[in-house]
Design a protein around this ligand. Structure first.
Ligand SMILES: [Zn+2]
Length: 63
């Protein structure tokens, strides 16, 4: 199990993937999408949109 390094919520694969995509491809610690949204100063729905976007373009980080 991989947990958010900020709030310790158990992460979804999408949350790990979007963190890698937006922050650091080689990251070994991740933020959940709530904490990621706060750190990027955007809404969680923006993170959801980005996940959807990268999935739609076939990014290999998203399965
Ligand atoms: Zn978190």
């Amino acid at each position: 199990m991989t947990c958010c390094k900020n709030c310790e919520k158990i992460l979804l694969l999408d949350e790990i993937a979007i963190y890698r995509r937006l922050i650091c491809r080689d990251a070994e610690e991740y933020l959940c999408k709530n904490c990621l949204a706060v750190s990027l100063k955007v809404g969680v729905e923006e993170i959801d949109k980005k996940i959807e976007h990268f999935r739609n373009i076939g990014c290999s980080l998203f399965i």
